[in-house]
Design a protein around this ligand. Sequence first.
Ligand code: GP9
Ligand code: MN
Length: 431
Amino acid sequence: TKSELNDVLKFTNGHYAKPNKKYYGIAKGKNVIIIHLESFQQFLIGQKINGQEVTPFLNKLYRSKSSYAFKNFFHQVGQGKTSDAENMLETSTYGLPQGSLFAQLGSDNTFQAAPAILKQRRDYTSAVFHGNIASFWNRNNVYKNMGYQYFFDASYYDTSGDRSLGYGLKDKLLFRDSVKYLQNLQQPFYVKYLTVTNHFPFDLDKEDTNFKTTDTQDEVVDNYFLTAHYLDQSVHEFYNYLRKTGLLKKSVIVLYGDHYGISDSENKNLAKAIHRDPDDWDDFDNAQLQRVPFIINIPGRKDGYVSSKYAGEIDVLPTLMHLLGISTKRYVQFGTDIFSNQHDQVVAFRNQDWVSPTFTSISGDIYSNRTGQLMKLSKRQQAQVKVNKKRVQTELSLSDSLNEKNLLRFYHPKGFESIDPRKYNYANEYQ
Ligand code: GP9
Ligand code: MN
């Protein structure tokens, strides 16, 4: 109802972080290319195995003077995994406490999502490239409700024989074979590449790698480095194409990891491989491993850096919109612009755990980030923890209320034209 919507608006308006003038509009008018790095965790960045960098290209991009990279950026997905990450990036609202929002609500809900906003405010063309079938995670329906104009799913590529594996077309081929569609898109465009090869159980054909991986006896861990290395090469090849065609300097490229690849139960085996002590491993360490990369690459910029600000997937949309010079004030968004001086550094996990620059809260236990140990809190710290906890609970429950009751259908931000999903048809008519 209207009053439930008002509760949400009261929170999001009060939580709004105004843009930092220094960064507002620095990517104005540029194409936006989102590269979704499947199951890619932050610990891979800079990681060496047998003396070799696992992801040499992404490492370079991470440290480049044309990139703003974040080393304390966390995934915030629940059971909807990839689809939860997508939902947060496109809408700056959370996934659901159980199940996938895409699957459960995505066919009928009203979205005020990135593709629609960018189309209506700055005439962006939007498209998704993905080597799996369109119905996976209900994407074919959700994307229409989000206003995506094009969805180039598996039916647009040759996925026969050893061209695909696991969840679909191999990443190198996805980037290569999508070029013919990408280059026909009207600019500026907002496009998203959903990679799949670096996905559990991280299978890869022998001919696709010559990387010498670990020997932990845990196949999942050993394979993870192989597919991550392959993903790195895939992105590198795509960058070569972007550079050659001149698209690179006309674009902002956003790279992010959607969620963990190695689950908590395997982290002790992982610990050995990355030179950490498996016998000294606990819940705190598991939580710290939920960091994923977030890199905003704006070719031509020379003032890039690696930031230690704390943030999560919920914060990407307001951050990106402000870089494009589009105000976010009128929209319902739970995240805040990471460049803003008012950015909220308390990162909520979907199960109500949270991290801040000082504390990590797991099932109500408070750890010190500095020592990794459980803390005895001072009066002042107790008060701070209480504030953080309350904010996390409020934010998650208001996001759930918004989505579960489809409240955006009552909300009409200035100039927003509602989306008619029947306007879109993703079927490949050329096959
Ligand atoms: C499949 C891919 C995987 O299309 O996006 O989804 P996940 O299993 O990571 O949620
Ligand atoms: Mn995923």
